[in-house]
Design a protein around this ligand. Structure first.
Ligand SMILES: *Cc1c(COP(=O)(O)O)cnc(C)c1O
Length: 405
């Protein structure tokens, strides 16, 4: 077999679809216009291209194109939604409710808001990774302005009960914001149906280019406003100034169009591959799937191989297979993933987890190769492990008194 790299890290970023690249190319040299230049054909053409892309993106999530604000990515969209609402609705209150398993782009922004004088409640999740709806409702108070709950988790793929959360928010008259970065383009995501008023997402997690994203901001029932976080020329209806990244926006639009057409068949194919991967890996002893298997994205499997250290395991195959241990953003440190800790996993299982995220370009051959490589790697690590030996000898590892260093 030829030496090749298998890519199973699509939750970190997806390859840009070649059809998207083709759509982008004419917008670098042949059509160089600034979409805000109102007095010549270069500008008009660029503006038309942006308008068309805005329609493609809006169609994918079934909203009005005017409700789509282009940004530099989901991180910026999360910042704009949270800080923008916090500032705009300051007279109503200063309390935001979110969840411990949110992406850092949401958690760190909430942290900043606390420093600015806001109050943030961080909800727990259960072993499945799901929030408790009663706990959410109990957390709402007169000063609550917004609930921020991600659509699907980047580490586990767990999908939150969006509709029920939307109903609770509507009942109490608070805004509902969702970071839907991992869901848009892969499963049907229709914020209006779910009572979502603001929603962040990004092109590079749905086979588009990096560095472009969007924030959906509801314009009716209710009409939501956010305070701009970037001041300047007043682009994007004053909510986000800065010259639009025309080639990338065109690519984002194309990616949205392809996703809409191919989502159903892609999801079915990828889910079958994911299930095949999971079944293959679960043949190993003491191997567990993290998070709800029922409420989960079709392309993700987060698996713990007990008594095997995830980073070490990855080193046995990372010349050939790209995956993630913990979250890509935190894997530089050896802290266990805060998402898995929030699910209630002990250190042993949290440290031994690997995230496999499949995608549009994953093949059955990739999956079969990965199963074999993982079996070899896990068995190798366990053969070398005194802990595994003790476990096999029936030692009760929970109650062993380890020597302190
Ligand atoms: C990747 C990701 C982000 C960050 O998106 P960027 O476009 O890279 O800024 C935010 N939230 C979630 C859930 C993500 O998976």
């Amino acid at each position: 077999m030829s030496q090749r790299l298998i890519y199973l890290d699509n939750n970190a970023t997806t390859p840009c679809d070649p059809r998207v690249v083709d759509a982008m190319l004419p917008w670098f040299y042949e059509n160089p216009g600034n979409a805000a230049s109102r007095n010549h054909p270069f500008g008009w053409k660029a503006e038309e291209a942006v308008d068309y892309a805005r329609e493609q993106v809006a169609q994918l999530i079934d909203v009005d194109p005017k409700e789509v604000i282009f940004t530099s990515g989901a991180t910026e969209s999360d910042n704009l939604a949270l800080k923008g609402v916090y500032e705009m609705y300051a007279r109503k209150g200063n309390h935001i409710i979110t969840v411990k398993t949110e992406h850092k782009a949401v958690l760190d922004t909430c942290n900043r808001i606390e420093k600015m004088g806001g109050e943030v409640t961080y909800l727990d999740v259960n072993r499945e990774g799901l929030i408790d709806l009663q706990a959410l409702e109990n957390a709402i108070k007169p000063t609550t302005i917004m609930v921020a709950v991600m659509w699907a988790n980047n580490e586990t793929g767990v999908i939150q009960p969006m509709k029920e959360i939307g109903e609770i928010c509507a009942k109490h008259g608070v805004l509902f914001f969702s970071d839907a970065t991992q869901a848009v383009g892969k499963i049907p995501v229709h914020p209006r149906e779910m009572g979502v008023h603001l929603m962040a997402f990004t092109a590079h997690k749905m086979y588009g280019p990096k560095g472009v994203g969007a924030l959906y901001v509801s314009r009716k029932n209710p009409r939501v406003k956010v305070t701009a976080q970037m001041d300047g020329g007043g682009h994007e209806r004053g909510m986000r100034s800065g010259t639009l990244n025309v080639p990338s926006i065109v690519g984002f639009g194309k990616a949205a169009e392809i996703a809409q057409k191919e989502m159903a068949q892609d999801a079915e194919r990828v889910a079958a591959l994911r299930d095949r991967l999971e079944q293959g890996l679960l043949q190993l002893e003491e191997t567990y799937v993290n998070g709800s298997r029922e409420h989960r994205m079709p392309h993700v499997a987060n698996i713990s191989f007990k008594h095997v250290e995830g980073e070490g395991l990855m080193m046995t195959f990372n010349q050939e297979i790209a995956v993630s241990s913990g979250s890509a953003c935190t894997s530089a440190s050896l802290e266990p993933s805060y998402v898995l800790v929030a699910l209630g996993l002990g250190d042993d299982l949290a440290h031994s987890s690997i995230r496999f995220s499949l995608g549009r370009f994953t093949t059955q051959e990739d999956v079969d190769y990965t199963i074999e490589a993982l079996k070899k790697g896990v068995n190798h690590m366990r053969d070398l492990s005194p802990i595994w030996e003790m476990y096999k000898e029936g030692v009760d590892l929970e109650n062993v008194k380890w020597q302190e260093h």
